[in-house]
Design a protein. Sequence first.
Length: 56
Amino acid sequence: MAFDWRGGEIIRQTPLDSGYRNTQNVRRFLTVECGGGASLTARLWRGSRQMARDHG
C-alpha cells in the first residue's frame, strides 16, 4: 500500500517511495524538523523526487 503523503504521519524513518509528493504535510514536517528558517528550495524537492524514483 502506498504511503499517504497528504495525510499520513511522517516521521524521520518514513521511506520515500515512487508516490512521493511535495505536499503541505511534507512541508510542515520539514519545517518542524529543520526549523522555520530552513530554505525548502526547488533543488531540495528535485533531489527528493530523484531519490524516490531511485529507491522506491
